[in-house]
Write a protein that binds this ligand. Structure first.
Ligand code: KIV
Ligand code: ZN
Length: 529
C-alpha cells in the first residue's frame, strides 16, 4: 500500500475509462438557495473544464432566460469538455436546449422523462404506452440537432424492470448514445443498483450501442456507494457535483468518487482524467459562489479531512503519515504549509502566496487584497492560507459592486440600545445613517435598510470562523429574498459585525444586479431621502 495516490494506480491500459459528467451547474444549482449568478456559473464552468471533467451539464435552458444565457455562454467558452443542456420530453424544451448548446465544440442534449408507475400516474398522468412513444419522439427530436444524445429514465430505480428495458431499447433505437438510470429519490442500495444495470444491459438487445450512466441522490447517504456499484454493473459514466450539492440531500460528490477510484484503484478498475490536485480549489469556489459551507468533516475537502487532533494519531502521523492518512493532502490540492504569512510579509511574497493558492489577480485587485491582508496581519497573530483565501474570495466577490461598506461603528453590550453608525459608498457617494436594533447585527441591518430602500427578507444569517482562535476571521453568509428571487452572499473580516455588514451589502448588490438586468433603475432611486 502507498500513500502516494499516483503510485498506487496500476497501469491505466487494463482499466476501464469512466466519463465524469458534472452537474453542479444544473442539479447542483437546483439545491434550495444555491442560485449562482451568470459570472459565477462561468467561473465554475472554467474550473470544471480545466480540471478535466468530460461533460459539463451547464443548465436547463428552458427553465429561465438566465439559464439559457448561461448555457449559451458556457458552450461558447468551454475548450475541452462536452457541454450538455437538460430538456424535458416536450419538443420546445429540446429545441430551446439545442439553441443554447449549438455553440459548443462538443454539444450534448440530455433529455428525460419519468418511467416509474408512481411518476407516470401522478406526475405525468400518462399511460406507459404514451410514455414509451414520448421517449422515441424526444430522442429523435434531439438527434435532429446533435449526435450526442443522453436519455434519462427519471425515477429509474423505482421503475418496473420490463418497462425500464422497453424504454431503454426505444431510446437507443431512436438514437440515444448515453442511457442514464437515475436514482432520482436516493432510494436504491448498492446491490440493487448494480443488479439494475446488469439486468438492463443483458436484456436490452441494443444495449451495446450506448454508454450507461449513474446519477445518484444522497437521501440515504448512499450516493457514492451506489455510484461505485453502478460501475460494477457496467455503467461507464458518473453524474456528480462538486461538494455533492444538488436536489434535497444532494448528488454523489465528484471529489469523493474521484478519490475513491484513485485510492482504491486496486479493487476499482476504472480510470478518469480528473486532475485531483484541483479538487480543493473547486470545492472552495463552489462553496463561495453558493454560500453553502463545506461541513468540517466532509470527506476529501472538509477542513478536518487531513487534520489530526488526538495524541495517539499525532504520534502515529509523526512516525509515518500512512498510519492515519490513506491519501496525501497534496494529492487533492491541500498545501501542508499553511502558516507562513504574517505582518512582515511583502507584496511579492503575498503575490506568490496567491499564486500558490491558485489566484491570479490583476494589479488593482492585488493592491486592494494586499491592503486588506496587511490590515488583517496587524490584527491577527497568525494568518493561515484559509484566511487569505477568505479575504481574496471576499475581495473578488465585491469587486465592481455599487454599494460598499465604508465605515462602521457599533455600540453593543448590556446597556443598550445597540446602535450602529454606518457609512456606505453608493456609486461613489458616501452616505451615513445611525440606527438602533434588537442587538448589534439588527442595528446594522436597520441602518443598511434606511440607506438602501428594499423589500428584501432575510432568509439566512450564518456565522462561521475561517480558522481557529478568538482572533479568527469570521465569514458571514446572508441570504435575502425579494419578489420571489433569492440571493446569497458572504462577507469576511476578523470583526463579525463588519463581516455581517459586508455580507448583507453584498447580497443587496446581487439583488440590485438582478433587478437592473430586468429594468434599469439608478441606484440612487433606492436611497431614502
Ligand atoms: O435526479 C434525476 O432524476 C435527474 C434527472 C433529470 C437526470 O436529475
Ligand atoms: Zn438529479
Amino acid at each position: 500500500m502507498s500513500n502516494d495516490n499516483s503510485k498506487s494506480q496500476s497501469s491505466t491500459s487494463n482499466r476501464d475509462r469512466v466519463l465524469i459528467f458534472d452537474t453542479t451547474l444544473r442539479d447542483g444549482e437546483q439545491s434550495p438557495g444555491a442560485t449562482m449568478t451568470f459570472e459565477e456559473k462561468l467561473e465554475v464552468a472554467d474550473i470544471l473544464d480545466t480540471m478535466g471533467v468530460d461533460i459539463i451539464e451547464a443548465g436547463f435552458p428552458i427553465a429561465s432566460e438566465g439559464d439559457f444565457e448561461a448555457v449559451t455562454a458556457i458552450s461558447k467558452r468551454v475548450k475541452n469538455a462536452t457541454v450538455a443542456g437538460l430538456a424535458r420530453a416536450a419538443l420546445n424544451d429540446i429545441d430551446r436546449c439545442a439553441e443554447a448548446v449549438k455553440h459548443a465544440r462538443r454539444a450534448r442534449i440530455h433529455t428525460f422523462i419519468s418511467t416509474s408507475p408512481l411518476h407516470m400516474k401522478y406526475k405525468l398522468q400518462k399511460e406507459p404506452h404514451e410514455v414509451l412513444e414520448m421517449v422515441t419522439a424526444q430522442v429523435a427530436r434531439a438527434r435532429n440537432y446533435v449526435e450526442d444524445v443522453e436519455w434519462s429514465a427519471e425515477d429509474g430505480t423505482r421503475t418496473e424492470m420490463d418497462f425500464l428495458c422497453r424504454t431503454v431499447e426505444a431510446a437507443i433505437k431512436a438514437g440515444a448514445t448515453t442511457i442514464n438510470i437515475p436514482d432520482t429519490v436516493g432510494y436504491t442500495v448498492p446491490e440493487e443498483y448494480e443488479r439494475i444495470f446488469r439486468t438492463v444491459r443483458e436484456r436490452v438487445p441494443n444495449s451495446d450501442k450506448a454508454i450507461f450512466s449513474v446519477h445518484c441522490h444522497n437521501d440515504l447517504g448512499l450516493a457514492v456507494a451506489n455510484t461505485l456499484a453502478g460501475l460494477a454493473g457496467g455503467a461507464r459514466q458518473i453524474e456528480c457535483t462538486i461538494n455533492g450539492i444538488g436536489e434535497r440531500a444532494g448528488n454523489a460528490a465528484l471529489e469523493e468518487v474521484v478519490m475513491a477510484l484513485r485510492t482504491r484503484a486496486d479493487v476499482l478498475p476504472y480510470h478518469n482524467q480528473i486532475e485531483a490536485t484541483m479538487l480543493t480549489r473547486a470545492s472552495k469556489l463552489v462553496s463561495a459562489v453558493t454560500s453553502f459551507p463545506v461541513q468540517y468533516n466532509k470527506a476529501i475537502v472538509g477542513r478536518n479531512a487531513f487534520a489530526h487532533e488526538s495524541g495517539i494519531h499525532q504520534d502515529g502521523m509523526l512516525k509515518n503519515a500512512q498510519t492515519y492518512e490513506i491519501m496525501t493532502p497534496a494529492s487533492v490540492g491541500v498545501s501542508k504549509t499553511s502558516l507562513v504569512m504574517g505582518k512582515h510579509s511583502g507584496r511579492n511574497a503575498f503575490r506568490s502566496k496567491l499564486k500558490e493558492l491558485g489566484y491570479d489577480l490583476g494589479d488593482n485587485a492585488l493592491n486592494d487584497a494586499f491592503k486588506r491582508f496587511k490590515d488583517l496581519a496587524d490584527r491577527k497573530k497568525i494568518v493561515y492560507d484559509e484566511d487569505i483565501e477568505a479575504l481574496v474570495d471576499d475581495e473578488i466577490g465585491h469587486a465592481g459592486e455599487r454599494i460598499k461598506v465604508e465605515a462602521l461603528t457599533v455600540i453593543a453590550g448590556t446597556m443598550g440600545p445597540q446602535t450602529a453608525t454606518l457609512t456606505l459608498d453608493i456609486d461613489g457617494k458616501p452616505v451615513t445613517k445611525q440606527a438602533t436594533g434588537n442587538g448589534p447585527v439588527d442595528a446594522i441591518f436597520n441602518a443598511i435598510k434606511a440607506l438602501v430602500a428594499n423589500e428584501a427578507v432575510l432568509e439566512l444569517y450564518q456565522v462561521q470562523a475561517v480558522t481557529e482562535g478568538t482572533d479568527a476571521q469570521a465569514e458571514v453568509s446572508v441570504r435575502l429574498a425579494e419578489n420571489g428571487r433569492s440571493v446569497t452572499a458572504k462577507g469576511a473580516d476578523p470583526d463579525t459585525l463588519v463581516a455581517s455588514a459586508r455580507a448583507y451589502v453584498a447580497a443587496l448588490n446581487k439583488l440590485m444586479v438582478k433587478r437592473l438586468k430586468g429594468k434599469p433603475e439608478p441606484m440612487t432611486a433606492r436611497l431614502k431621502p
